[in-house]
Design a protein around this ligand. Structure first.
Ligand code: SF4
Length: 303
């Protein structure tokens, strides 16, 4: 049986030999983060992939993330680490359902969280990330916003942009939505000196009770800049683990022990090894038209 270290060593050798760039979403486990070329949020990783010299990109994350990499780097070979790793939120709305919603709200700007399928990105006006959603929506000329698919991130934006009218679907990330106000009260009582940092994919009543609500990158940089010694983390629990490795002298507590994304957990170090060695992973292909149209909504975000 190989040790973790031996397997990691093989992957590092293979990725050099086969010219593969490994991207690891921050929700992956620590052993995968250690052998990745880049670690981060979904959009940040796609940007890194586009700049990387390697012609093969392996996305350790979920399907919509690999699709976003393909949209930004259509000439590269893009692999998803595990075929079954999807994002329930990204697939909550079908293209036909979105078309019907657009007919119902013809004056609304369709704002899609980056956590959407490539097909949905083709049908929206602009993409946003959790870090950029607030600024982008504030600055849009339209007064009506159809925000898909995350109603929780949408409600968090709405609260700070009261001058606009928002329409949502009944969706959201099942992992973050499961965190309750009771979890906040329980964690605050158990750790009264800790600051509460949450992702805006949590329900609005949870985000409202936090000391800081922001993207994964935002949470990591908040901890980096803070003098505080204890933090309650309201996002996927892998972040608690990564923060403990980064700041072993500080204390980190999960807001909910159940905040685990099982799709993100599907990828193991062995899957990474198989994908890099050419015996596993799934190559992501998208029709040219999909790449072109989905790219428009991402370009709109960048502008
Ligand atoms: S944590 Fe939520 S939004 Fe992120 S991949 Fe999992 S289900 Fe999707």
């Amino acid at each position: 049986m190989l040790t973790m270290k031996e397997l990691q060593k093989r992957i590092i050798e293979l990725k050099k030999e086969k010219d593969v760039c490994i991207l690891a979403h921050a929700y992956q486990t620590h052993d995968i983060l250690e052998i990745a070329d880049f670690v981060g949020d979904s959009y940040g990783l796609s940007e890194q992939a586009a700049k990387a010299p390697q012609q093969t990109i392996l996305m350790c994350g979920v399907r919509f993330m690999a699709e976003t990499v393909k949209i930004l780097s259509p000439e590269k070979k893009v692999l998803l680490s595990h075929s079954d790793a999807g994002c329930p939120m990204a697939e909550q709305l079908s293209v036909d359902e979105l078309k019907k919603l657009k007919e119902k709200h013809p004056s609304a700007c369709v704002v899609a969280y980056i956590n959407t399928t490539a097909a949905l990105k083709c049908e929206c006006d602009i993409c946003v990330t959790s870090a950029s959603a607030l600024d982008i929506v504030k600055n849009l000329p339209q007064k009506e916003i159809l925000f898909i698919p995350d109603c929780n991130l949408g409600a968090w934006v709405k609260e700070q942009v009261p001058e606009k009218t928002f329409y949502f679907i009944d969706g959201g990330c099942p992992v973050h939505t499961a965190i309750s106000e009771e979890d906040v009260h329980r964690a605050r009582k158990a750790h009264p000196d800790a600051l509460l940092l949450v992702h805006p994919e949590c329900k609005n009543e949870v985000s409202r009770l936090s000391d800081y609500a922001g993207s994964t990158t935002g949470i990591l940089s908040y901890v980096e800049k803070s003098d505080a010694k204890e933090f309650i983390i309201g996002t996927e629990n892998s972040i608690v683990q990564h923060l403990k490795f980064s700041y072993p002298e500080k204390q980190f507590y999960p807001l909910s022990k159940d905040c685990i994304c099982h799709d993100m957990r599907l990828t193991t170090l062995v899957d990474v090894y198989r994908a890099v060695s050419g015996t596993g992973g799934e190559e992501i292909t998208l029709p040219e038209e999909t790449i072109k149209n989905a790219r428009k909504s991402i370009d709109a975000m960048l502008k």
